[in-house]
Ligand binder design. Structure first.
Ligand SMILES: *Cc1c(COP(=O)(O)O)cnc(C)c1O
Length: 399
C-alpha cells in the first residue's frame, strides 16, 4: 500500500484517529543517497579500511569545505568529540562545567565522567538556547566567589544555533573557554557563518538520526590548528613518535573507521539538499498548524538560519484542547514516532545534586514541546498523515 492510499484509509466514528500508514514513520531516520554503496566498494577494494588513511582524511576535508572550519578531526562519535574537547581544555575533578539545561545528555556526560561538576543554566524563550544574559550575570557572581567554570558548553538545539557571539563576549571577559556542541546544527548558520564557528572547539555528530550520517561518527572542529593537533594525538592513543610507541600521557581510540568515513563522504555531499528538505518540512507543519488554536512552532531568531533538524511544535493544552502527550499517543497509535522536547538535565535523576540556575523556561518547553517526524526522505503524503492526526487531536478532551 502506498502512503497516498494510506492517507485515504480511514474509518468513521468517535473522532478516533483514522489515518494509517503502511509502515512506521520514524522521527529522523537515515536518508541514504545511493552513493554510499559505491563509496564503500571503493574503500573496501582499496584495502584502506582502518581508522586512518585517505578516506577519513577526505571526510575531514569535506567537513571543512561544508562548514568553513579550517581544522577538523573525524572521530567515532559526537560524544567522543566533546570528550576530547574537555580533555584538551584540562577539565577534571573539582572543576565546574556550565551548560544549558535544555539539551541531550551527551553534552555533559563525558564531563561528569571526568569528575567535573555541571551547573545547568536556563534557555531563552526566543531561541530555546543558552541565555547569554543569565550566563553573564552568573559568571560575574562566580568570579566574585572565586570559582569560575573551567568550560562553558553552548548547545545548538534542533538545528538552531545559540547566540554564540553574546556567549563568547561574556565568557571572554572572564577568560572562560567555550565549547560548542553543534551535534544538532550541522548545516545551520549564525550571523553568516556556520554554527559553532568562533568557539574554542566545536563538536559535530554523524549519528544515524542526525541530518547526515556516517552510520555513526563525529567531528571535532576548531579555528586553532594546535588544538586539533593535540586532540588528534589524544584520539589515537597518544603515541609519541618513537618506534616502540612512547607515551607521555594516555589517550583514546577515537579514530573514525575508513568504512564509516566513506559513508559520511557520500552523505555530506548532500548536506545543502538535506537542510532545504528539512526546512520545507518545517514550513509545511507551520502552515498547516497556523489555523489550529494553541499550537506554535519553534521560533527562529533573526541571527541565523536553522537547519530545522527536527520540527518542534508546542501545544498549549488549554487553547488546543489536548496536551502534548495526547498528541504523542495519537501519533503512536497511527504508527508515527514523535518525542517530547529534551527533558531538562536539571530535572534528570542523574544530576539531582547539580546546581541549576533558573530552568522554568526549559521545563515549560519540555512540558509542551513535541518533536515531529522530520526525516528528509519523508514524503508530503506521509507528512499529511502526521498533520491529519495532530489536527484530529484539537479539541479532544485530555486525560
Ligand atoms: C546527538 C547529540 C550528541 C551526541 O552525538 P553522538 O554522535 O550520538 O555521540 C551530543 N549532543 C547533542 C546535543 C546531540 O543531539
Amino acid at each position: 500500500m502506498t502512503a497516498t492510499k494510506a492517507v485515504a484509509a480511514s474509518r468513521a466514528g468517535g473522532g478516533e484517529v483514522t489515518a494509517l500508514l503502511p509502515h512506521r514513520l520514524h522521527l529522523s531516520p537515515p536518508h541514504l543517497t545511493g552513493g554510499e554503496l559505491d563509496a564503500l566498494r571503493r574503500t573496501l577494494e582499496s584495502g584502506w579500511v582502518a581508522p586512518a588513511g585517505p578516506v577519513p582524511e577526505a571526510f575531514e576535508e569535506a567537513i571543512a569545505a561544508a562548514t568553513g572550519f579550517p581544522h577538523v578531526l573525524a572521530v567515532t562519535s559526537g560524544t567522543a568529540a566533546l570528550h576530547l574537547a574537555y580533555r584538551c581544555l584540562g577539565l577534571g575533578p573539582g572543576d565546574e562545567i556550565w551548560a544549558p539545561t535544555l539539551t541531550f545528555v551527551a553534552t555533559i556526560a563525558p564531563a561528569v565522567q571526568m569528575g567535573a561538576t555541571p551547573r545547568f543554566l536556563d534557555v531563552t524563550p526566543e531561541s530555546w538556547t543558552l541565555d547569554p544574559g543569565l550566563l553573564g550575570r552568573e559568571l560575574s557572581a562566580a568570579a566574585a566567589r572565586g570559582k569560575l567554570p573551567r568550560v562553558v558548553v553552548s548547545v545548538g538545539l534542533y538545528g538552531q544555533s545559540c547566540d554564540l557571539d553574546a556567549i563568547l563576549a561574556v565568557c571572554n571577559r572572564w577568560g572562560v573557554p567555550v565549547v560548542s556542541d553543534s551535534a544538532e546544527t550541522l548545516g545551520a548558520f549564525y550571523r553568516g557563518r556556520h554554527a559553532g564557528r568562533g568557539a574554542r572547539f566545536t563538536a559535530l555528530s554523524f549519528n544515524g538520526n542526525k541530518i547526515v550520517t556516517a552510520g555513526g561518527g563525529g567531528a571535532l572542529c576548531s579555528e586553532d590548528p594546535l588544538l586539533i593537533a593535540r586532540a588528534r594525538h589524544l584520539a589515537t592513543q597518544a603515541k609519541e613518535p618513537a618506534p616502540h610507541y612512547q607515551h607521555e600521557t594516555t589517550g583514546y581510540s577515537y579514530g573514525l573507521s575508513s568504512v564509516l568515513a566513506a559513508v559520511g563522504l557520500a552523505q555530506i555531499a548532500m548536506l545543502e539538499q538535506r537542510v532545504a528538505a528539512r526546512r520545507a518540512i518545517f514550513e509545511r507543519y507551520a502552515a498547516a498548524f497556523a489555523e489550529l488554536p494553541g499550537v506554535s512552532m519553534m521560533p527562529e531568531p533573526p541571527w541565523g538560519r536553522s537547519s530545522r533538524w527536527l520540527s518542534v511544535a508546542l501545544f498549549d493544552p488549554e487553547a488546543f484542547g489536548a496536551d502534548r502527550d495526547t498528541v504523542r499517543q495519537a501519533l503512536a497509535a497511527a504508527g508515527i514516532e514523535s518525542r517530547p522536547v529534551w527533558k531538562p538535565l536539571h530535572l534528570q535523576p542523574a544530576f539531582r545534586d547539580a546546581p541549576a540556575v533558573g530552568g522554568a523556561v526549559a521545563a515549560r518547553l519540555f512540558e509542551r514541546g513535541l518533536c515531529l517526524p522530520s526525516g528528509s526522505a519523508m514524503t508530503e503524503a506521509e507528512q499529511a498523515v502526521v498533520i491529519d492526526v495532530v489536527r484530529r487531536c484539537c479539541g479532544r478532551r485530555f486525560r
